[in-house]
Design a protein around this ligand. Structure first.
Ligand SMILES: C[S@@+](CC[C@H](N)C(=O)[O-])C[C@H]1O[C@@H](n2cnc3c(N)ncnc32)[C@H](O)[C@@H]1O
Length: 463
């Protein structure tokens, strides 16, 4: 990571602290490195933080083994609380760009000397022990390089966003039409050496996916483009920084797309929409772009996530979105200000099993999520003039998807019906459910975009 040399000791320490926090969370199973880094506005030098974090995660097993065998914690038990930072220091010394020869490693210690934090001095005193433990392990396992120590879970982490390393996702970007046009984006990609392929993905199996290509999506043709090769890093692109394009998974675009399919061109200028559970705001922003002349109320109850949402809407130019730091369940649907609400997008918190989280989620937890999701859905039904509601999760669990749909439908007492939405999408809900065929399911292995579920409800207008 060459840029790191140009950092002041204070900046370097800040990046290390960020990597410490993020890697600790990843290893404790509280999120993936991509989301923890790029969806958090308070993280500075995201690219560097991500790059260092992923390297530390790759080698965490052997690092932890060396820490244990070095007897450091026995000598100084107070160091246990610093294990996260110790991992980074050990990674840099044994596997980083300064590892290897004595001159480089001396540069590393000199850099560390400038950081006024005792832990960094340990590197100089303990390095010989660490190195000999690593060499011993290599000899024992017959490794000639360090590659054998890489944890396969993180080996390919730069190439996909799914937590399951066996799942390779296609990389999508959404054109933010609030700021630019698809043609403009295609031109800019062409200048960056990408070949534009105007046909849908299923017709382009013949092209080399390792070549730089930008491919039109065959469903969301106006707004979504697939990028190849899929391991491309996007965060340094000017178009990303300016919010002309937004890195967004295809499936995450479905709810706004489906609401627009139903109501596009049919709303009056005073009609408005609600995003009930908004942050970080990818779907909100797309909805804003599809309905640029309508007001959107975006609810988010978590303060930090609300701040992220608000910032993003400003950066993305979504001036028709009014962000509300509020619990959607506390809104009063009879309030006159909601009289013109015609559509609600509901994308509540869920188990995240579609993006690889919660593989071992307990039934009890699923049922509790189900109750919470159902409460939100039935609250949507109470808005007097709402015509259309999308309900979505990034879960693949029936309890949070078809079951909530069936229960919601029943609770609406005939006021709403489930729409056979997105018929051109082949993959439907579970056959075991009476509403399954009307629902859309996305399987990350099959569809190469994150696991997702979406269903739409339409008001039954009785004559
Ligand atoms: C799955 S995330 C939404 C992701 C978002 N739709 C997007 O595409 O970027 C769910 C969000 O809803 C928020 N949330 C959960 N319950 C809520 C409630 N009752 N009112 C408002 N926000 C809520 C959570 O804090 C979380 O930020």
């Amino acid at each position: 990571m060459p840029k790191k040399n140009r950092m002041s000791p204070g900046q370097l320490f800040k990046v290390y602290r960020q990597v410490e926090g993020i890697t600790q969370k990843c290893l404790a199973g509280h999120g993936n490195i991509q989301t923890l880094t790029f969806n958090n506005n308070s993280i500075m030098s995201k690219g560097m933080t991500f790059a260092l974090g992923i390297e530390v995660l790759k080698y965490h097993k052997i690092i932890d083994k060396i820490i244990a065998e070095s007897g450091l914690f026995k000598k100084k038990p107070s160091l246990k609380k610093d294990q996260g930072m110790l991992r980074i220091i050990m990674f840099e010394a044994l596997f980083g760009e300064k590892s290897g020869d004595s001159t480089s490693i001396e540069e590393l210690w000199k850099r560390y000397d400038k950081i006024n934090f005792d832990l960094f001095k340990l590197g100089r005193t303990e390095y010989a022990t660490w190195k000999s433990l690593l060499d011993k392990e290599k000899k024992k396992l017959g490794y000639t390089t360090n590659e054998g120590f890489v944890d396969p879970k993180y080996a390919k982490s730069k190439t996909h966003q799914h937590d399951n390393p066996e799942i390779e996702l296609i990389r999508y970007v959404r054109v933010n039409t609030l700021k630019t046009t698809k043609e403009e984006v295609i031109n800019k990609f062409s200048e960056l050496g990408y070949e534009y392929r105007p046909v849908g993905l299923d017709k382009t199996d013949d092209f080399d996916k390792n070549e730089k290509s930008i491919v039109e999506d065959n469903h969301l043709t106006n707004d979504v483009l697939a990028l190849y090769p899929s391991n491309v890093t996007l965060h340094d692109l000017e178009m990303i920084k300016s919010y002309e394009i937004i890195a967004q998974d295809k499936s995450s675009c479905f709810p706004p797309f489906l609401i627009h399919k139903e109501l596009g061109g049919k709303l009056g200028k005073n009609d408005c929409l609600i995003d009930a559970c908004s942050a970080p705001g990818n779907k909100t922003c797309y909805l804003a772009a599809l309905f640029p002349s309508n007001q959107i109320y975006a609810y988010e109850r978590n303060k930090n996530r609300y701040e992220t949402l608000k910032n993003r809407m400003v950066l993305a130019g979504a001036s028709n979105v009014e962000c509300k730091l509020d619990d959607f369940l506390q809104t009063n649907p009879s309030d006159p200000k909601f009289k013109n609400v015609k559509a609600i997008m509901l994308d509540p918190s869920c188990s995240g099993s579609g993006i690889g989280h919660g593989n071992s989620i307990k039934k009890e937890r699923l049922l509790s999520l189900q109750q919470f999701q159902l409460k939100l859905l039935t609250h949507c039904f109470n808005f007097p003039n709402v015509q259309f509601i999308s309900y979505s999760t990034c879960s693949v669990c029936e309890e949070e998807n078809e079951c909530v749909t069936e229960m919601g439908l029943k609770a609406s007492n005939g006021a709403f019906e489930v729409v056979h939405t997105f018929p051109e999408w082949e993959h439907r809900g579970l056959e075991s459910s009476p509403v399954g065929d009307k629902c859309v399911r996305v399987d990350p292995k099959r569809d190469k975009t994150n696991g997702f579920f979406v269903v739409c409800f339409r008001r039954v207008n009785k004559q």
